[in-house]
Design a protein around this ligand. Sequence first.
Ligand code: MCN
Ligand code: CUN
Length: 795
Amino acid sequence: TILQEHAPNPAADDAGRPIGYGRLQRKEDPRFVRGRGHYVDDITLPGMLHGAILRSPVAHARLVSIDTSAALAHPGVVAVITGADLLGLGLAWAPTLSADVQAVLVTDKVRFQGQEVAFVVAEDRYAARDALELIEVDYDVLPPLVDARKALDPDAPVVRDEMEGRTDNHIFDWEAGNKAETDAVFAAADVVVSQEIVYPRSHPAPMETCGAVADFDAVTGKLTLYETSQAPHAHRTLFAMVAGIPEHKIRIVSPDIGGGFGNKVGIYPGYILAVVGSIVTGKPVKWMEDRSENLMSTSFARDYIMQGEIAATKDGKILAVRTSVLADHGAFNATAQPTKYPAGFFHIFTGSYDLQAAHCSVTGVYTNKAPGGVAYACSFRVTEAVYLIERLVDILAAKLEVDPAELRLKNLIKPEQFPYPNKTGWEYDSGNYERALRLSMSMAGYDDLRREQRAKRDRGELMGIGISFFTETVGAGPRKHMDIVGLGMNDGAELRVHPTGKAVVRISVQSQGQGHETTFAQIVAEEIGIPPEDIDVVHGDTDQTPFGLGTYGSRSTPVSGAAVALVARKVREKARFIAAAMLETRPEDLEWEKGRWFVKGDPSVGKTIAEIAMGAYGTVALPEGIDGNLDAEVTYDPPNLTFPFGAYICVVDVDPGTGHVAVRRFVAVDDCGTRINPMIIEGQVHGGLTDGVGMALMQFIEFDESGNNLGGSFMDYLIPTAMEVPDWETGYTVTPSPHHPIGAKGIGESATVGSPPAIVNAVVDALSPFGITHMDMPCTPARVWAAIQGRPRPP
Ligand code: MCN
Ligand code: CUN
């Protein structure tokens, strides 16, 4: 097999092999670096009109009246659509990805600040925006529900009072693990530590905001929708179900996407409004939101209030974890996740440790905030899970007065325990955790860092070292376990080899910057020996690609990447029969080497894939059952998810005078199994680590007591730049996934998942001389400064 050849050997990166060939540059970059990318906002259709959304200035209010007459009279305005109009069309409410409904435009009541109230369609975007100000809306303001902790109080305002018989804000209760067993282990344990840990609301904030161009052709009945979507096929099916347009009459095109990070998984009112606008006006309609609209109304991330507890023996053997979580889902349950798992994959909160028992319960509630919930490189809530366990382990280490690295080494699951069934129902596919942690420690010079820290402490300086060890579960998912709105989480791939031996592979996932046009070509190249530059990767157009559920949860490589490997193998097998016909021999007498079938025992007699392709389309007499092409298609159903992991070490310096945290060093060792393109992997890791600095130190979406969003612009919601991040030091190990055709696991969210706990652990470590054992993110200068005021200075 190819797996062992890709062991972590830097020389192998340059051996010219399609997989593991480190510096194979991205095929998409020539167009991106020349400004020739083609994004939704670059699309201009003849006669196209422009839409703009009027949004609510208040968080909770009855809608008393809307007067659109002045807006309609404004020059250039073609139509003004309100909730009442949508009610008439049966489109005022749309299903969410979590079996709830969400308002497309407000009909009865505003439920969060920034909610969609009316849609203006005009000849240009300036007229559309100007007309928004002419719409008169009368709101009867209600007290908002802002604090999720009060959501279940008997006197809490009821956010979703439009639902029959609803008198509270409860959405779901969900649990995993064994409560009785866990409680018993806790009761008998020597040491128990507890901590409330909040993962605050944050936002993916991709560079490109969300938008759509809808073009409904009344003659053919065909809707073409250009849309910023991470999942075009799933969106098409949902549009067919909601709008009643037959699925074959809908084409969804997601062209180049300027970052998704989970923000472009859901279906937003703006997309639907563009479609309605096009149907109503008979013209194409473009809608592009601005930055504040994106930050205030589209999918947020996190917002988990976690009460966590960890139990151990007095000599540091971790026995069990338990947690109860309050999940703030905002005004509509629009989180995108597998049906059976309303808290995503949070139940991997058992982390990388060999435990005796675990239990978690999660309660979801409505509040007067924007909906969403699973976004920002989250691996379906693995972010929250990893943060919880990695903070708890550090708090335990402080309590036991042991080194946090030592405590982890003592408790990590051992290589021989894989496949490892954890206590909440996962089966970790493969891992060698100790090797990764030891590599990160040696890269960081861990012992020297601790020595340096001691010397600094003696001088009153605040230096912190933070570790996190994470295990993710990505590659959703096996159809026997998971679906989204009833659609199994499988992916298709089609491969066509043209007569001259060049190929096109059509995939169902959608790149938003991850480099699929390069890496998926590399997979085909590895399997059939056509060079990557001769393979075109087509994605993002439902008329041109096979069905599949799209890109999120780092599932492209685990699911679609497997489909691509298998479709290439299918072509290779077909090529064998054609080669046999060409060589007038039997298929079983042929042997494969990269790019060529040859006669066993006589390597000089063979046919290359290009010769075989020409043969397939040419005049070669084909064997029974083999038709005249070199094409194949597959749909892949993964047997399990993949479990990438990593060991991160962060070094910070804290300025006691200002509370400023500087990330001085960051060492990241990742293991994503077989590495397809090490350069792209590094890029994914660098990006995710930068996200982590943002979340840990700078950014969160906060609300005041009136429900005003205080993070609605980049003045308030801070994005880390090169100034705030160190030179990342990355390393890797390779533990292939045993069930993936090429052994690859996902990498796209690993660093975002793994880095926040390392950074917060480092900050808390720096502040530990003040007796501080926990601090909630983001560790802003103000918070850090406030935390150490009034506490005795370190000795
Ligand atoms: N890869 C590889 N070898 C592996 C694993 C992955 O070479 N063993 C490559 C893949 O082939 C792919 C890239 O790394 O080119 C990421 O692969 P994967 O981990 O499968 O993740 P996805 O392609 O499914 O991307 C989704 C993931 C998610 S969910 C978020 S959120 C996120 C992320 O990707 N959003 C991103 N990284 C992003 N990067 C960019 N530039 N933009 C986003 O919006
Ligand atoms: Cu959760 S963010 Mo990514 O899965 O698209």
